[in-house]
Design a protein around this ligand. Structure first.
Ligand code: NAD
Length: 438
C-alpha cells in the first residue's frame, strides 16, 4: 500500500515506521521541521524502545520518507491523520484545530478511491463531520476512523501486533465495505494472525477509544481512592489489590496505587469526554470522571504533604531528590506527568529539588527550566534530606538502601509507585513511606 501519515509525534512517527516495516511505502508528513529533519536522518526525535531500529531499517529500504510538504501525500492512497488533540487552553474540551488544519491541507491532494483514516483521539461526532468535508472536496474518496490503542514504551510492538483493531466506517454499505477492504490490506499481517477486529460506525469507533481510556483512568483512581482509606486505617492497598485482583471479574492490572496517571492521553481524554457529554446534554452520565480526575490529582498533593511532614513541617531550602520525571517508565513523555508536577510543586515551596530521569530531562528542562536537573541518580540523592521515587524505571525499582545510604543527608524515602521492599528499607533504618501501604 502507498500510505501517508500526517502528524509524526509519539503516535504518527511510530505508525509511519511500523507501516514501512510491514512492507508498505510510507511518507510521514509533519509541520515541525526539526522533527522531520531528525526522522529523515533516521534518528527518532523522542525516546521509544524499538523505534530507532525500525526507523533505520525502513529508511534504508527506501520505503519510508519524511517531509513537511503536504503535496507528497498525493502519491498515497491511504492517509492516516495522527496529529495532536490536546486539551484546549482554559477549557476541558479537545483542541481540534490541528485535526482540522491537517485535513484542510490534505484535501487538495485527495483523489477518488483514496481513504482518509483518523487515528487521533477525537470527540464523538468528529468523523461524521470530517467525512462530509472529504466527500465535498474529493468525490469518491472515503473516511474511516481507526482509533489507536498503543502504549508508550511498547508502541512499536502495539502498532505491529495490536491487541485489537477497530474500524469506524461509513453507514453506506458500499463505501463502508471499500474502506474495510483498504484497511484490511494495510493491516493484513495482524489480521492474518487473528487479531480481533471490530467493524462499526463512526460514533462507536470514536467512543471505543475514549471509553477505554475512561475505564483505565477509573480503575487507577479507584485503587487510589482505596489507598486514601488505607492510609487512615493502616491497611495495605497492595495486598488488598492482590486479593481483589484474584477475582477474574476484577483483574489485577491497573490496580497499582501510587501517584496516579498522567501523560498525553488519559488526563486530557477523560476531560474532553466529559466536556463532549455536556455538549450532548448528558453531562451527568460522565460526571464521575470529574471525581476520577480529582482523586488522581490528590495523589500528587499527598506526596507534597508527605515531604513537608517528613521534613518537619516545611520544605524551604531542604534538599529533595526526585527520581523520575517522565509520566511512565520507558518514555521521555512529560505531558501532564505526576512526577514532574510534584517536583514543580516542591520547587514552588522553596525546596532545593534535584531531579533526574534516564530519558526525560531534556523535555522536563524545556518545560520547567527553573528546576535543577542532574544526570545520575547518585548526583540527585547526594545530601538529600528526602528521596522521592516517582517514575518506576527499572533502575529505580532495583534500588536498595546500600546504593544510596552513604550519599544522603537523611534516611527518608517516599516510594510513590509502591515498588520497593518496605521491610528492607525499614530494617536498614530508613523512614520509608509509600502510597496506601503502612
Ligand atoms: P504529539 O504531540 O506527539 O504529535 C502530534 C504531531 O502532529 C506533532 O509532531 C505536530 O507537529 C503534528 N502536527 C500538528 N499539526 C499538524 C498539521 N497541520 N499537519 C501535520 N502535522 C501536524 O501527539 P501524539 O502523542 O502523537 O498524539 C497524537 C494523537 O494520537 C492524539 O489525538 C492522541 O490523543 C492520540 N493517541 C496518542 C497515543 C500516545 O500514546 N501518544 C496513543 C493513542 C492515541
Amino acid at each position: 500500500m502507498r500510505i501517508s501519515v500526517i502528524g509524526c509525534g509519539y503516535l504518527g512517527a511510530v505508525h509511519a515506521a511500523s507501516m514501512a516495516e510491514l512492507g508498505h511505502d510510507v511518507v510521514g508528513i509533519d509541520v515541525d521541521e526539526r522533527k522531520i529533519s531528525s526522522l529523515s536522518a533516521g534518528v527518532a526525535p523522542f525516546f521509544e524502545p524499538g523505534l530507532p531500529e525500525i526507523l533505520s531499517t525502513a529508511s534504508a529500504s527506501g520505503r519510508l520518507t519524511f517531509t513537511t510538504d503536504m503535496s507528497a501525500a498525493a502519491i498515497a492512497d491511504v492517509h492516516f491523520i495522527a496529529v495532536g488533540t490536546p486539551q484546549k487552553a482554559g477549557s476541558y474540551s479537545a483542541d481540534m484545530t490541528y485535526v482540522d488544519a491537517a485535513l484542510d491541507s490534505l484535501l487538495p491532494f485527495l483523489k477518488a478511491g483514496d481513504l482518509v483514516v483518523g487515528k487521533s483521539t477525537v470527540p464523538v461526532g468528529t468523523a461524521a463531520r470530517l467525512a462530509e468535508r472529504v466527500h465535498e472536496a474529493a468525490p469518491g474518496a472515503e473516511l474511516a476512523w481507526n482509533p489507536e490503542f498503543l502504549r508508550e514504551g511498547f508502541a512499536v510492538k502495539d502498532t505491529i501486533s495490536p491487541d485489537r483493531l477497530v474500524y469506524g466506517v461509513s453507514d453506506d454499505a458500499e463505501s463502508g465495505a471499500r474502506s474495510k477492504a483498504l484497511l484490511d490490506e494495510v493491516y493484513a499481517k495482524a489480521i492474518g494472525e487473528g487479531t480481533p477486529l471490530v467493524v462499526t460506525d463512526y460514533a462507536t469507533a470514536e467512543l471505543v477509544k475514549v471509553s477505554a481510556n475512561a475505564f483505565l483512568a477509573t480503575k487507577i483512581s479507584f485503587i487510589n481512592a482505596i489507598a486514601e482509606i488505607a492510609e487512615v486505617t493502616g491497611a495495605n492497598v497492595t495486598e488488598l489489590a492482590d486479593a481483589i485482583g484474584f477475582d477474574t471479574r476484577i483483574g489485577r492490572r491497573f490496580l497499582n496505587a501510587g501517584i496516579g496517571f498522567g501523560g498525553g492521553c488519559l488526563p486530557k481524554d477523560i476531560r474532553a469526554f466529559g466536556a463532549r457529554a455536556e455538549e450532548l446534554g448528558r453531562g451527568e452520565s460522565l460526571s464521575f470522571l470529574k471525581e476520577v480526575d480529582a482523586i488522581n490529582l490528590r495523589r500528587r498533593q499527598r506526596v507534597v504533604d508527605l515531604v513537608v511532614e517528613l521534613l518537619g513541617g516545611q520544605a524551604f531550602e531542604k534538599r529533595v531528590a526526585v527520581l523520575g520525571l517522565a509520566f511512565k517508565p520507558d518514555s521521555d513523555d512529560i505531558r501532564d506527568s505526576p512526577a514532574l508536577d510534584i517536583a514543580v510543586q516542591l520547587n514552588g515551596l522553596g525546596a532545593d529539588v534535584l531531579a533526574t530521569d534516564p530519558e526525560a530531562i531534556a523535555n522536563a528542562h524545556a518545560k520547567h527550566p527553573q528546576l535543577v536537573f542532574v544526570e545520575s541518580l547518585e548526583d540527585a540523592v547526594r545530601d538529600a534530606e528526602v528521596v522521592l521515587l516517582l517514575t518506576e524505571w527499572a533502575d529505580y525499582r532495583r534500588l536498595v538502601p546500600d546504593d544510596i545510604e552513604s550519599l544522603v543527608a537523611g534516611k527518608r524515602i517516599i516510594d510513590g509507585r509502591n515498588v520497593l521492599d518496605s521491610q528492607q528499607w525499614r530494617s536498614a533504618g530508613w523512614d520509608y513511606r509509600a502510597m496506601g501501604r503502612p
